[in-house]
Write a protein that binds this ligand. Structure first.
Ligand SMILES: *[C@@H]1O[C@H](CO)[C@@H](O)[C@H](O)[C@H]1NC(C)=O
Ligand SMILES: *[C@@H]1O[C@H](CO)[C@@H](O)[C@H](O)[C@H]1NC(C)=O
Ligand SMILES: *[C@@H]1O[C@H](CO)[C@@H](O)[C@H](O)[C@H]1NC(C)=O
Ligand SMILES: *[C@@H]1O[C@H](CO)[C@@H](O)[C@H](O)[C@H]1NC(C)=O
Ligand SMILES: *[C@@H]1O[C@H](CO)[C@@H](O)[C@H](O)[C@H]1NC(C)=O
Ligand SMILES: *[C@@H]1O[C@H](CO)[C@@H](O)[C@H](O)[C@H]1NC(C)=O
Ligand SMILES: *[C@@H]1O[C@H](CO)[C@@H](O)[C@H](O)[C@H]1NC(C)=O
Ligand SMILES: *[C@@H]1O[C@H](CO)[C@@H](O)[C@H](O)[C@H]1NC(C)=O
Length: 533
């Protein structure tokens, strides 16, 4: 034991000192007298470190003080007795070589162990025989060792297994904290923590539970983190996905198909077409494809982990690019109020064709007067000056498109007088085509329809018998009404023409259009021939 300040000897106190002590004694007995307190610095001590029991407001009139281990005066537990005026001390039974006492009352404990923790008491005797006590307490904690993670399952399967990760070793008064890929984890749907947080349970693992797990231990004096524990989940294979997703491919290009199925560990891939093995890898490559390469392609997955197989089939159609179409007109000389139709001619061996029409370079908008009677036939009735211009048709399929050269249509001003109400109209009806293949469509195209029609009706046959009426149009209600002979395959336009779809032999024969204007009631006939197929 050491005493750190120079020793004073009995009888050396000067008069001034005594007077000072007396005056302090006065203050001290006053109610404002400061309380003696002892503070442990630090209150939580790591094993092997030092702690100072720091005394505040040590009374000046102090004669003798004692330090005890424990919180009462017990000779067995006495550590040291210090006689202040003489600055002498005496070690007592509970003393150990690790202790150092200071004249200011403070006690230093070095290299503390668990057993040193607990309460300590400072017992003081004053010059006036007054007695005072002050107690303090500190805690000793071990320095935490590096923890380790133990798992109950090192090869869990997605959707089947639960995994419990345990942080070892278990130490008292330690809190545990978990991280996945550096992010701290808290309880969730599938994530449970034991009461002390030492065990992390992942219920019914999924693939994204894969990752690096760490546990951290903490007590008031230390923090320690485990090495990352890599958790690997076995999963899959998922239903394979083939990319790209399109069906149509252009001939004379290279075909490259990629198959993907998420699985850990990875699955084995192979490609088949028509039962023939084409490739044993994830990618299928066929250079310079032809239409002969069209067909069903199968991506086959074999998974050695589970012995399961999975397949996805993809339909591939290889198309030739379309060839350039051209436009043909039914008349070369078109006057105002004439009817004309433009046909888009294309190479009939081209596959999966669709059409688009353009007038003066812009996509066409169709009206009651200018419309498509089939995708490839544009009908213009009651031609007007503004119908003049360049027409183009475009054919396209899934892999290509081609536009025709512009077809110039000029509508000449008509020299004939406008329909006067007293002139008998010269309406004609044309069947387009005149001979139609069974199952195809025919258009009964009306030429020179008067503008001021009050009503018109279509009949099958040449007689105006009610049960033969297919449909009628009444200007008054601007509506087309179907009649008893309507089969569901006819479409009637407000300018008079009728499109007949999916014709059969029974549809062959004469059709009649009856037109009423203010002054006239007249008829036009047309004959439809159906070719058997
Ligand atoms: C100090 O503690 C002792 C032992 O516990 C007790 O006998 C005594 O009364 C206490 N004195 C004061 C002033 O608290
Ligand atoms: C008492 O002395 C020790 C050692 O010199 C010092 O660390 C401590 O701060 C002192 N206590 C007070 C209350 O001044
Ligand atoms: C843990 O804390 C309790 C209550 O604070 C205490 O009684 C016990 O001694 C502590 N144990 C250790 C090893 O520090
Ligand atoms: C367990 O961890 C949670 C945070 O995830 C925390 O709120 C809780 O106090 C911890 N429990 C214990 C006993 O440490
Ligand atoms: C993990 O997967 C589950 C379900 O499959 C999902 O709810 C969750 O958001 C995913 N978590 C992450 C981080 O992707
Ligand atoms: C692709 O095949 C066609 C015949 O189908 C051939 O004429 C052409 O040269 C081939 N192209 C390449 C790049 O091999
Ligand atoms: C497609 O296959 C047929 C018969 O196998 C063959 O005659 C033809 O030349 C092939 N066509 C192409 C474009 O390779
Ligand atoms: C999966 O395919 C393999 C051939 O690659 C076959 O031997 C095996 O029997 C198949 N397994 C199942 C479950 O169909």
């Amino acid at each position: 034991m050491e005493l750190s300040s120079a020793r004073l000897h009995r009888g050396q106190l000067p008069w001034r000192g005594i007077l000072l002590a007396a005056s302090l004694l006065l203050c001290w007995s006053s109610p404002t007298m400061a309380q003696v307190t002892v503070e442990a610095v630090p209150p939580h001590v790591a094993e092997g470190a030092n702690v100072l029991l720091l005394v505040h407001n040590l009374p000046e009139t102090l004669q003798v003080f004692y330090w005890y281990k424990g919180d009462n005066v017990d000779e067995k537990n006495e550590i040291v007795k210090l006689i202040k005026p003489q600055a002498t001390y005496k070690t007592q039974p509970a003393y150990s070589g690790k202790i150092k006492v200071y004249l200011n009352g403070s006690l230093l404990l070095r290299n503390v162990a668990q057993k040193d923790a607990g309460p300590y008491m400072l017992h003081m005797k004053m010059g006036n025989l007054d007695v005072r006590n002050a107690s303090v307490q500190f805690h000793v904690h071990p320095l935490l060792p590096k923890p380790k993670i133990k798992s109950n399952n090192y090869n869990p399967m997605e959707g089947e297994d639960s995994v419990a990760l345990m942080c070892e070793p278990e130490t008292e008064n330690t809190s545990y904290l978990w991280r996945r890929n550096g992010q701290s984890l808290s309880e969730g749907d599938r994530l449970k923590l034991s009461e002390d947080n030492r065990t992390l349970t992942l219920l019914s693992v999924v693939r994204n539970d894969t990752g690096d797990y760490e546990c951290e231990t903490r007590n008031p004096v230390s923090t320690s983190r485990s090495y990352p524990f890599h958790l690997e989940i076995t999963y899959g294979p998922d239903v394979p996905i083939i990319s790209p997703s399109n069906t149509y491919f252009r001939s004379r290009t290279d075909l490259s198909l990629f198959c993907h199925s998420a699985a850990n560990p990875p699955a084995q891939y192979s490609w088949f077409a028509n039962g023939e093995l084409l490739s044993s890898s994830q990618e299928l490559f066929i250079p310079n494809i032809t239409t002969n390469n069209s067909g069903l392609y199968t991506c086959f997955i074999h998974y050695f982990v589970t012995g399961l197989n999975k397949t996805t089939v993809k339909n591939i159609e290889v198309l030739e690019p379309v060839t350039t179409p051209s436009i043909r007109a039914t008349k070369s000389d078109v006057k105002e109020r004439d009817s004309v139709h433009l046909t888009c001619d294309f190479n009939s061996s081209d596959s999966t064709i669709a059409f688009r029409w353009f007038h003066n370079g812009k996509g066409m908008e169709f009206t009651d007067r200018v419309f498509l009677i089939q995708d490839r036939v544009l009908s213009i009735s009651h031609a007007r000056k503004e119908d003049s211009g360049a027409y183009q048709c475009e054919v396209y399929n899934a892999v290509s498109s081609k536009r025709s050269d512009p077809f110039q249509l000029n509508i000449r001003p008509s020299l004939t007088i406008y329909w006067s109400s007293s002139t008998m109209p010269e309406v004609t009806v044309e069947a387009v085509p005149p001979h139609v293949d069974k199952g195809r469509s025919v258009v009964l195209l009306v030429h020179d329809m008067p503008e001021k029609v009050q009503s018109f009706s279509w009949y099958k046959g040449e007689n105006m018998i009610e049960r033969n009426e297919i449909a009628r149009f009444l200007k008054s209600n601007k509506k087309i009404e179907t009649g008893p002979a309507y089969s569901g395959r006819e479409k009637i336009y407000q300018h008079g023409s009728l499109v007949f779809r999916n014709v059969n032999k029974k549809d062959e024969g004469t059709y009649m259009l009856r037109i009423k204007t203010e002054n006239f009631d007249f008829r036009a006939l047309v004959h439809v021939h159906v070719n058997p197929k």
